[in-house]
Design a protein around this ligand. Structure first.
Ligand code: GUN
Length: 329
């Protein structure tokens, strides 16, 4: 006898959209003997959630425009890293779509620290610039930390400045790093549809970078989860993941997290993106096996990636509004 499939739709309303979660249950002959149906993980559809978020940002951009304010983002791309070029093109395109004015300054890999500092200072002083983003990684010879520290914290739409990280750590977030903020948004939308919350759950974050792992752990702590941060020196990674109700995989290692490690019913968000030998993309999680155990799982591609860019747009609009003391209804 062949496996039988059944589909269930679950809807979640945003401020401008409805988002549909598609649940797939498969009953195999062996399951039928037991009278059981194996439910695959709900897909955390980052493309659909990002579209919802961008639509709201576009409305807020229009609200500011009616008050004579044009939101402006300045982006610096130093060197010729192909991945960075793709990311920056995506950010500039997203700005066009939501009505944010973007300036992209490309500079050669030979750019000096002093030249980049001078550019940041120029943008810090420019009232038409609401957000400053220096694409990382920077070429050898430029000290990343010093550049991040030079950006005016009120224009730090990446949320990497120690002032903004400090606000997040003290439970008063202002501008928060785009990828972890996007992940929290995904968890919120999923939670609204399924009556789920990170509060009281055990969360494991793989990775401790200032771009993802560290702010992610702070956001989950602020949301009342009990958080464990794992990294390259953590013993028994499988054991730590197996205890987690929420897993955020941002280790930067292809398919590191095996499906067998995942606690049945866990919510799993995959932040990794890697090119496999056959040219396909994969994440930090072994998707094909993880979807048999997780309650919800983000795909790669189409998961966290689109959320990061949508959240950058959100941060630009928030930076523009915060600098002028404006709050949105
Ligand atoms: N490089 C990869 N991701 C990011 C990001 O979120 N911000 C910046 N500035 N550079 C990146």
């Amino acid at each position: 006898m062949l496996p039988t499939r059944s589909l269930t739709l679950r809807a979640c309303s945003g401020r401008c959209f409805w988002l549909l979660f598609l649940e797939t249950a498969v009953t195999t002959p062996a399951d039928m003997d037991l009278g059981a149906a194996r439910v695959f993980a709900v897909t955390l559809d980052g493309k659909a959630m990002a579209a919802m978020l961008r639509a709201q940002v576009k409305k807020d951009v229009d609200v500011l425009r009616q008050q004579g304010i044009t939101v402006g983002l300045a982006v610096a791309l130093i060197g010729d890293d192909p991945a960075s070029q793709v990311y920056v093109r995506g950010k500039v395109k997203a700005c066009q779509e939501v009505g944010i004015e973007s300036t992209m300054q490309g500079l050669p890999a030979t750019t000096t620290q002093a030249e980049l500092v001078a550019l940041v200072d120029l943008w810090n002083a420019d009232p038409a610039v609401d957000g400053i983003l220096v694409q990382l990684p920077l070429p050898k010879g430029i000290e990343q930390r010093a550049i991040i520290d030079r950006i005016d914290p009120s224009k730090d739409v990446d949320g990497f400045h120690p002032f903004n990280l400090g606000l997040l750590a003290s439970g008063r977030p202002r501008l928060v790093a785009c990828t972890p903020a996007g992940v929290m948004h995904m968890l919120k939308v999923y939670g609204q549809a399924y009556g789920w919350t990170p509060a009281g759950k055990r969360a494991v974050v793989l990775g401790r970078s200032i771009t993802v792992g560290r702010p992610m752990s702070l956001l989950l702590t602020n949301a009342d989860a009990t958080v464990t941060v794992c990294h390259s020196r953590t013993p028994d990674l499988a054991g730590r993941v197996a205890e987690a109700d929420v897993v955020i995989a941002a280790a930067g290692s292809p398919q590191l997290v095996k499906g067998a490690w995942i606690k049945p019913g866990a919510v799993v968000v995959d932040v990794g993106i890697h090119r496999s030998a056959d040219g396909s993309l994969c994440g930090d999680v072994e998707y094909s096996t993880a979807r048999l155990r997780a309650a919800a799982l983000s795909p790669v591609p189409g998961g966290v990636g689109p959320m990061t860019i949508a959240q950058l747009m959100r941060n630009c609009v928030d930076a523009a509004a915060q600098r002028r003391g404006i709050t949105f209804a």
